[in-house]
Design a protein around this ligand. Structure first.
Ligand SMILES: Cc1cc2nc3c(=O)[nH]c(=O)nc-3n(C[C@H](O)[C@H](O)[C@H](O)COP(=O)(O)O)c2cc1C
Length: 343
């Protein structure tokens, strides 16, 4: 039985959270979620959702709806988010060393269209801290770990950072997401070009083979791309991912486009835009990725998922799994239940 009536979120919890600036509210959520993650308290927050299993990348997901990367960057509240009914959770993006990220303010709500602009810049407590939390988790669903590079690491040495993270999380992750599409880390998105991407993926695939033997476990590698790629770039990324046997593609990260929120509050802030205004942009990229991949490898669809219709749009465009972040902020935990139960 569900104890906490999440349908009250928009009327009671959200107004309080929205009195705070976006990042402070995020901190309140993570700290409360951390506190509530301990049993038996956690049982009060458990949300029963339908069991609608899917098998993707050789992994069993209890349903196709996941929490996108960036909300639980340090894997501090995974048991709480797991209790909300997600079939998978992607923690991170984590970097080898802890880093503060960009100066505040760096997260903005665009309430009129249920969007968010963020330029966090991979603020996180470093991979060692994340690994300690991974070890303690009781969440039994599929766990992805998103990995990235420190801001101070030059782009030409980026591979080293991804390797460090991969080596450290491999034993504890169900899949690893290679984040090369965050628009808030200088030049990171350049890793989506042919030459650097080929080098990065080849190296990580070689490492994956070694780690597979070492841990007697195959951990799929997923590449997360952005929504602002040209058609040629999408074709290149897809071709490389298939050739180099990447296990999946996540599309998409946030967009730097602003035409879709022209004239709205905070539209002049730089950073990545997510939520409802990203939906159509991300869907277009998803459709093109699907066209290029022709089913060769699975796709995780993310960007503007907030209800059954937007989740189905992703699946109809070729996604095997969907993820969400922004709609959880606007609609609360019920969004998970509504999608999972009706998809
Ligand atoms: C505040 C914030 C921080 C994010 N941080 C990350 C991150 O660290 N790594 C990542 O791959 N994506 C990150 N994202 C992007 C989300 O994972 C997702 O791709 C994007 O928000 C689109 O989904 P949505 O429209 O459901 O929010 C972040 C998004 C937001 C809003």
């Amino acid at each position: 039985m569900q104890f906490i009536p999440y349908s009250l979120y928009p009327t009671f919890i959200r107004p309080f959270l929205f009195l705070l600036d976006a990042e402070t509210a995020h901190g309140v959520i993570i700290n409360s979620a951390k506190f509530c993650s301990k049993k038996p308290l956690l049982n009060l927050f458990k949300q029963e959702v339908s069991y609608s299993p899917v098998k993707v990348m050789g992994l069993e997901f209890k349903n196709p709806v996941g929490l996108a990367a960036g909300l639980d960057k340090n894997c501090e509240a995974i048991d709480f988010f797991g209790a909300l009914g997600f079939g998978h959770i992607e923690v991170g993006t984590v970097t080898p060393k802890p880093q503060d990220g960009n100066p505040k303010p760096r997260m903005f709500r665009i309430r009129s269209c249920q969007g968010i602009i963020n330029r966090m810049g991979f603020n996180n407590k470093g991979v060692d801290y994340l690994v300690e939390n991974l070890k303690k988790r009781t969440y039994k669903g599929v766990l992805g770990v998103s990995i990235g590079k420190n801001e101070t690491t030059p782009l030409e040495n980026a591979v080293d950072d991804y390797l460090i993270c991969m080596d450290k999380v491999y034993e504890y992750a169900d899949y690893i997401a290679v984040n090369i599409s965050c628009p808030n880390t200088p030049d990171l998105t350049k890793l989506q070009a042919r030459e650097p991407l080929e080098k990065l993926i080849k190296t990580l695939k070689e490492e994956q083979s070694k780690l597979q033997v070492q841990y007697n476990k195959y951990v799929p590698l997923v590449v997360k791309i952005g929504p602002d790629l040209t058609d040629d770039m999408i074709a290149t990324v897809c071709q490389l991912c298939v050739e180099l046997k990447v296990d999946g593609i996540t599309c998409t990260n946030t967009t730097t486009r602003r035409d879709v929120i022209h004239g709205m509050e905070h539209s002049g802030e730089w950073g990545g835009l997510s939520g409802e205004p990203l939906r159509v942009i991300a869907n277009n990229t998803l459709a093109k990725v699907n066209e290029n991949l022709k089913g060769a490898i699975p796709i995780i669809g993310v960007g503007g998922v907030s209800n059954v219709i937007s989740a189905r749009e992703k699946i109809n465009n070729g996604a095997s799994l969907v993820q969400l972040y922004s709609s959880l902020v606007y609609r609360g935990p019920n969004v998970v239940k509504n999608i999972v139960n009706h998809i």
